[in-house]
Design a protein around this ligand. Structure first.
Ligand code: TRP
Length: 447
């Protein structure tokens, strides 16, 4: 093996690092936009259900795969599955990581632009339609969005090539709680806007008639996306977790943090959406056309805006780092590439593909694949299909393809799990999750 495995020094370190990878644009940007498009409160309810019933067991499954094999994604599939078909699944997940990274970097780049907008006061004092106009003027251009995407990719590649996870870890330990605190302050502002109650009703009052096959698929995809599941992100991090740490406790903490940030973001966004008379189903631009209005209505809003977008940019960076790390770890450990070469080559490749995602808001916005722009198509295919398929594969491999006692002993390393708990885990991973995933995937395809 080409690299020596480094590990997290403590349990809290592992939780924070993995939570840093999990908490990102998925929580603040994607969650509200998915919820807005897919029926509000009903989506939230289904989402929470998936987090606890399927998300946490699958996170534990990824940790088990990573910690027991001490490997990257492909290595973990190779060591546990042995057969070629499993290795191909490992490869498929790496390709999916590549595709997610390609479109994620578009939105990550937007944060840079919004930092600049905040500092220069460009959005300050605009009315809601002016804020919306500024967003579409900016994203329809083909210069700045591409430049910002490139800068973001380069920044991520730079961090990964030097392997300064330590630095990033230390930084995110301070800044993530700060993001959380800022979100709480913004919640207070949002909740005291006139008409805020309709937003809360939209978010928390489920209308069950809105649940369709597509709602289920979107909520499932969102839970995997937000918790970084299905792609081996948590396999990679799991391989760094100490043997004496409890995988259940670690997964539970990460998931609860991730869920809280998502719900807080919803409490910031939806009261404001209704108060300013905006459209909750606006899609990927939702957060970017809502938040500036919230800042405009706050005293000291200019400062809050700048700080917020810096923190959001950092949250996005810790996530892009984890996405790139999935791919780089594979090339370094499986193919003996140099870390630095790998970071540069993959960054360039992602940029070549990612530019099309950026341009699909501008010059290519009328180019559709199955009725979706390139950006939306990448987003849907990866989150709604490949992540659940990846998770299904992991369930089958760990639930059926490996000796049960091996998995059980890895699972109980570092924790005193009751045998009933282990049985419940196997019941979910063998039956509930695979059957549920298969039904949802099929019903989503049909509708
Ligand atoms: N979870 C991150 C977010 O919410 C995105 C992300 C990082 C991710 N690594 C991942 C998603 C691995 C899927 C798989 O922003």
């Amino acid at each position: 093996m080409a690299t020596q495995r480094r590990g997290f020094s403590s349990n809290i370190g592992a939780i924070l690092a993995a939570a840093g990878g999990a908490v990102g644009l998925g929580n603040v940007w994607r969650f509200p936009y998915m919820l807005g498009k897919n029926g509000g409160g009903a989506f939230l309810l289904v989402y929470i259900f998936f987090v606890f019933l399927i998300g946490i067991p699958i996170m534990m499954t990824e940790f088990v795969m990573g910690r027991s094999t001490q490997s990257n994604v492909v290595g973990a599939y190779r060591k546990m599955g042995k057969k070629k078909a499993w290795i191909m699944l490992g490869v498929l997940t790496v390709i999916a990581a590549f595709l997610i990274y390609a479109y994620y970097s578009v939105v990550a780049g937007w944060t840079l632009n919004y930092i600049a907008f905040s500092i220069s006061g460009k959005l300050h004092g605009l009315d809601p339609s002016g804020v919306g106009q500024a967003f579409s003027d900016f994203t329809r251009g083909s210069f700045w969005p591409v430049v910002n995407q490139l800068v973001f990719l380069a920044l991520t590649g730079f961090v990964i090539s030097f392997g300064v996870e330590k630095g990033i870890e230390r930084v995110s330990k301070v800044l993530m709680p700060l993001l959380f605190a800022l979100l709480v302050i913004m919640c207070v502002r949002s909740l005291t806007l006139p008409g805020a109650v309709s937003g809360l009703e939209f978010l928390f009052r489920p209308d069950f008639s809105k649940i369709t096959g597509e709602t289920l698929l979107s909520a499932l995809g969102q839970s995997f996306f937000s918790m970084s599941l299905g792609l081996g992100g948590m396999i990679t991090y799991g391989s760094y977790i100490r043997k004496q740490d409890s995988l259940l406790k670690t997964s539970a903490w990460i998931s609860v943090c991730d869920l809280m940030v998502a719900i807080l973001s919803g409490i910031v966004i939806f009261p404001a959406v209704f108060s300013f008379g905006l459209n909750p189903a606006a899609g990927p631009e939702l957060v970017y056309v809502v938040l500036p209005n919230v800042f405009n209505s706050m005293s000291g809003g200019v400062v809050f805006a700048a700080v917020f977008f810096v923190l959001l940019g950092i949250a996005a960076l810790t996530s892009t780092i984890s996405l790139l790390e999935i791919i780089v770890a594979v090339t370094v450990e499986e193919f003996n590439w140099k870390r630095r070469t790998s970071s540069v080559v993959i960054t360039i490749a992602v940029f070549i593909v990612g530019v099309f995602c950026t341009l699909s808001f501008g010059p290519l916005r009328n180019f559709h694949i199955f009725g979706r722009t390139i950006f939306e198509f990448f987003d849907m295919v990866t989150a709604s299909y490949i992540l659940p398929i990846g998770a299904l594969a992991m369930c089958l491999l760990v639930g059926w393809g490996c000796p049960k006692d091996l998995i059980a002993s890895e699972l109980s390393q570092g924790s005193r799990l009751k045998s009933g708990f282990i049985e419940a885990y196997f019941f979910i991973v063998r039956y509930v999750a695979p059957i549920g995933l298969a039904i949802i995937l099929i019903s989503g395809l049909v509708s």
